[in-house]
Design a protein around this ligand. Structure first.
Ligand code: COA
Ligand code: NAP
Length: 281
C-alpha cells in the first residue's frame, strides 16, 4: 500500500456526495484543486473559480475525467459581480450549492515595516473579504440545501509568524467569520467550519514562504515528522462537509501533524537538554 493509500484510502462511500454540488473558490490549483478532486471522487458535481482561465481549463478537464459534472468560471473573489455570476451559474447548471469551500488566497513573505498598505489590503481582500463574498453570495443556495461552508485558513491565524502580518490578520479574520456564520446560520441548517493546514508539500503556498532546502529542517518541529499532503487537507474538508460531521459547526480542524502546538519545539528541545544534564537517578 502506498503512503497515499495508507493515509487516505477511499474509505468513505463513493456516492457520499452524489446529488451534492460543491463549489471551491481558488479550486484550479494546489490544495483547493485536491479538495475539488476529493469531492468529485465521492460523487459530487464540482464547481471551481479562479482568475486564470488556463488554470481553470486544466483543472476542469482533470475533474471531468473523474466522471462527474463540472462547472468552471473565471472570477476574482474580490469582485462581487464576477463571483455572483460564478456562484449563480454553478447553482443553475449543477443544482444548489450544498458545500462551499473558501480556499482562494494570496501570500508572500514581507516584513511588516516594508509592506505597503496596498500589499496588506490585497491579502485581506482576497482571503477575508473574498471568503465573506463567497459565503454571502451562496447563502440562498446553502439555505435551500441545508449545506455547509468549509474555510481554508492557516496556522498564521492562530500563532504569530514573522513576515506574515498580512496573512495572520486575514486568516484570523476568516476564523472569526467562520464562527460568526456558524452562530448566525446554524438556525438555517447551515454548518460552518475551517480546516487549518500546516506545511503542505509541493504547493504554491509553501514555495512562497520557504526554500526547498529548508524542508528537512522543518521536520524537527512537526511532531508527526512529515510534511502535509494535499490529500490530508482534502480528507479533512470532505469529513467536515460529510454526514459524519452533522453536529459539528464553528470548529477549526488543524491538519498540521501537530506543528501548531505552541512552543512545543523549543520547549521540548530545552527540556531534553535539562533532562540530559540532570537525569533522575
Ligand atoms: N512583497 C511585498 N509586497 C508585495 C509582494 C511581495 N512579495 N507581492 C505583491 N506585493 C504588493 C504589491 O507591491 C502591491 O502593492 P503596491 O500597489 O503598494 O505596490 C500589492 O501587493 C498588490 O500586488 P498585485 O501584484 O497588484 O496584486 P494581485 O492582486 O495581482 O496579486 C498577490 C495578489 C500579490 C497575493 C499575488 O501574489 C497572487 O496572485 N497570489 C495568488 C497565489 C498565492 O499567493 N498562492 C499561495 C496561497 S497561500
Ligand atoms: P495555490 O495553488 O496558489 O492556491 C490558491 C488558489 O487561489 C489559486 O488557484 C488561485 O488561482 C486562487 N486565487 C488567488 N487569488 C484569487 C482571487 N483573487 N480570486 C479567485 N481566486 C484566487 O496555493 P495553495 O498553497 O494550494 O493554497 C491553497 C489554500 O491553502 C489557501 O487558502 C492557503 O492559504 C491555504 N494554506 C496553504 C498552505 C500550504 O502549505 N500550501 C498552508 C496553510 C494554508 P488564480 O491565481 O488563477 O486566481
Amino acid at each position: 500500500m502506498t503512503e497515499h493509500a495508507a493515509v487516505h484510502g477511499d474509505l468513505l462511500p463513493r456516492d457520499l456526495f452524489a446529488r451534492r454540488t460543491v463549489f471551491v473558490t481558488g479550486g484550479g490549483s494546489g490544495i483547493n484543486f485536491g479538495i475539488a478532486q476529493a469531492f468529485a471522487r465521492h460523487g459530487a458535481a464540482v464547481a471551481i473559480c479562479g482568475r486564470s482561465p488556463e488554470r481553470l481549463d486544466g483543472a476542469r478537464v482533470a475533474l471531468e475525467a473523474l466522471g462527474g459534472k463540472v462547472f468552471a468560471r473565471t472570477a476574482d473573489v474580490r469582485d462581487a459581480g464576477q463571483l455572483k455570476a460564478a456562484i449563480d451559474g454553478a447553482g443553475e447548471t449543477l443544482g444548489d450549492i450544498g458545500v462551499l469551500v473558501c480556499g482562494a488566497a494570496g501570500n508572500f513573505l514581507s516584513p511588516a515595516e516594508t509592506l505597503s498598505p496596498n500589499g496588506f489590503r490585497t491579502v485581506v481582500d482576497i482571503d477575508l473579504c473574498g471568503s465573506f463574498n463567497a459565503a454571502r453570495l451562496a447563502f440562498d443556495q446553502l439555505k435551500r440545501s441545508r449545506g455547509s461552508v468549509v474555510f481554508i485558513t492557516a496556522p498564521m491565524a492562530h500563532m504569530a509568524h514573522a513576515y506574515q502580518a498580512h496573512v495572520g490578520a486575514a486568516k484570523a479574520g476568516v476564523e472569526m467569520l467562520m464562527k460568526n456564520l456558524a452562530l448566525e446560520w446554524g438556525p438555517f441548517g447551515i454548518r460552518s467550519n475551517s480546516v487549518v493546514p500546516g506545511l503542505v508539500g509541493d504547493t504554491e503556498g509553501l514555495r512562497r514562504i520557504s526554500a526547498p532546502g529548508d524542508h528537512a529542517r522543518y521536520l524537527d518541529h512537526i511532531p508527526l515528522r512529515r510534511m502535509g499532503l494535499v490529500e490530508d487537507v482534502a480528507q479533512a474538508a470532505v469529513f467536515l462537509a460529510s454526514p459524519l460531521a452533522t453536529y459539528i459547526t464553528g470548529t477549526s480542524l488543524a491538519v498540521d501533524g501537530g506543528q501548531g502546538l505552541p512552543g512545543s519545539a523549543f520547549f521540548n528541545a530545552n527540556g531534553a537538554d535539562l533532562l540530559a544534564a540532570n537525569p533522575r537517578a
